[in-house]
Write a protein that binds this ligand. Structure first.
Ligand SMILES: [Zn+2]
Ligand SMILES: [Zn+2]
Length: 315
């Protein structure tokens, strides 16, 4: 089959054998999305060799349990052991021997087929089209904030960054009824938010020490520094992006202001599918372009351009 292979920071479209993993479901990919993590993998921020991609919707074509064959599914990306201290403690996304779809020791989704254990799969409701379902994984990651932090309707909440993930964070936080503002740099990012009734704030208008909850979704030192200034004493700072290399931070001020810092990664798929089924969020407004798998290299070039939101690839 055709697949997008990453090795030594080089992407290469090549023929590889169809995957066969005993005990796992074989899934034919319908659509896959390019995520910032994919672009970081290409830059070599994490070591990975193999087929990249982890955001997908597809059909189960082969599986030990016949009830799943023919089902349209999305899949959780962490494949876990179920036996380590993290798994047994209910922190299975932190499994000590996990493999991660297209990220760690497991081939991903920019291919005709991929495999995952049945336990990772979620059926997609018929009313959720592929161009929405392909967003389940990043939408779940956005919802992880609400799994971790109690957001009160009276909270002043600031989201810094309105890229791929920032947009989904803004859409989901808007549902809580909190007093939400978003710092968005690119005009089309701003337009998408405004069209959904989400309020913007200019970077220079962000009042220091005033915000109950700040979500940092830029992955840049500048974004972190703005978040740090904005948060009120005893406020909560949610870190939703990874950072290139190491970042220098004045931790004394964080101690003095008693700031809570929460790292935030993968979230719950069930609620993400439910919100799309009910039309409460619309991630499809992020779609910038769609490419065929044969043009996957162009898809990555497009996704890497500044301000471009979601690029989809289909076999
Ligand atoms: Zn992702
Ligand atoms: Zn485990």
């Amino acid at each position: 089959m055709q697949a997008l292979w990453l090795e030594n920071q080089q992407l290469d479209l090549r023929e590889v054998p169809e995957p066969a993993w005993p005990g796992e479901a074989l899934i034919r990919i319908r659509k896959a999305g390019v995520c910032s993590t994919d672009l970081e993998l290409v830059k070599g921020y994490y070591p990975f060799t193999g087929i990249i991609g982890h955001e997908f919707v597809g059909d189960v074509v082969e599986c030990d349990d016949p009830a799943w064959v023919g089902q349209r599914v999305v899949g959780e990306i962490n494949v876990i052991c179920g036996n380590c201290e993290q798994c047994l403690g209910g922190r299975s996304t932190h499994c000590e021997s996990r493999t991660v779809l297209g990220i760690t020791k497991r081939n991903g989704t920019f291919a005709e087929y991929t495999t995952l254990p049945i336990a990772n799969l979620h059926r997609v409701p018929a009313s959720v089209p592929d161009e929405l379902a392909v967003f389940t994984e990043p939408l779940a990651a956005a919802l992880e904030i609400q799994q971790q932090v109690h957001i009160r309707p009276t909270d002043r909440v600031l989201v810094i960054g309105a890229g791929r993930l920032g947009q989904l964070i803004a859409q989901t936080l808007a549902l809580t009824g909190c007093d939400l503002r978003v710092v968005a740099r690119h005009p089309h990012q701003q337009k998408i938010l405004v069209e959904r009734g989400i309020k913007l704030i200019l970077e220079e208008d962000v009042q220091p020490w005033r915000w109950d909850l700040v979500v940092e979704a830029t992955g840049s030192p500048g974004g972190f520094s703005l978040a740090r200034q904005a948060i009120r004493p005893r406020g909560t700072l949610v870190m939703k992006s990874t950072y290139k290399g190491e970042m220098s931070v004045n931790f004394s001020s964080i101690v003095v202001d008693e700031v809570n810092i929460v790292g935030s990664r993968c979230g719950p798929f069930g609620p993400a599918l439910r919100l799309m089924e009910k039309g409460k969020v619309d991630p499809s407004v992020l779609i910038a372009a769609e490419f065929k798998l044969g043009e996957a290299l162009q898809a990555f070039e497009r996704a890497a351009q500044p301000g471009v939101l979601k690029v989809l690839v289909e076999p």
